[in-house]
Design a protein around this ligand. Sequence first.
Ligand code: GLU
Length: 414
Amino acid sequence: MEELYQSALRKFRKAAVIMNLDPNVQKILEHPKRQLIVEFPVMMDDNSVEIFTGYRVQHNVTLGPAKGGVRYHPNVNLDEVKTLAFWMSFKCAVMGLPYGGGKGGIRLDPKKYSQKEIERISRRYFSEISVIVGPDRDIPAPDVNTNSDTMSWYMDTYSMNVGYSVLEVVTGKPIGLGGSEGRTEATGRGVAKVTELAIQKRKRKVSDVKIAIEGFGNVGQYSALILSKEKDAKIVALSDSKGGIYNSSGFNIEDVINYKKTHGTLSGYPNSEAINDVELKTLDVDVFIPAALENSITDETAKKMKAQIIVEGANGPITDTADELLRGKDILVVPDILANAGGVTVSYFEWVQDLQSFFWKKEQVNATLEEMIEKSFNEIWDIKEQYSTDMRTAAYILATQRIAFGIKKRGIYP
Ligand code: GLU
């Protein structure tokens, strides 16, 4: 029933043991604060009514309002949303953001609905979860299959209900409507930065390594683009949900993005070899970036992987047993709660800009993001050395120290 949540807890408990965490704090962090399930009717284009199931979970709000995206996917369920909310608490704390963790989702296949239907589903979902969200309570954002259009509808729905415009109720909005420069590519920018830092730790140069990326959504596309254009990296393999492509001399990512826009798939991209999922993950590359969904790297794949560095662009892409196998092979895994934290970090900048009604230049957003990511990377690295552990456990130790400080100072109410 709770497979994903239990596996996330196992990774957290490893850190709890090493850092000698107060068992009372551990108990609190193992349970989400609020879990909301909503079932709601929406009128379809053909005048029939369909019922949808949506979720919003707030895992912990010790350090500030809950923060995290909303995903639209046919496999969304409470276990997944709860786990994603759990990860958000630690992700925000790793970055030192004044937020707790939250996550939402609607169980549906967005490809099966028209844009107008998706708009009505989005608006009704947001209205339903409005009982617990708000700019100082819980601030949603984009995730899998949601984007700045979805955020505009959410913001408008909330604003219509309260009677005035509340830009800061969601982040990831369009620029010109309370959105921040650099937010769309922020997760990819963070992934690119930690990839560069990890490569340096392994005493290599970014321009000398070969990289494969799984997933070509927002995270995969911008990670590939920034790594190849700004960091001079060679991206030799890419994939989307329909299959993978390989070219040993590296891809021109802008061209691949245009191809995907026109053809809706990567398959058939000129001058590339078609590869399947196992081939992609076990290629002879230096860096592998999973940027699709959870549990993508299993024991079987982990055993065959050749990459020396794995950067988790997705949330929870490695099962807990595969994680141990990779550690045994001395593969450096940059954990999700640091690697993909660029998105929520620029979401934080967006929220701050909305609250102040004063907007930053792109250079300021990008420079502040890279500086913060590098600081957290180094803090995690120091803890990793101090405790002779892996980067994931070190990241959990850092985040847990910060949340535990808040829990202890605030005390248990009443
Ligand atoms: N959905 C993104 C994540 O998993 C971003 C969340 C946000 O910006 O609040 O980190």
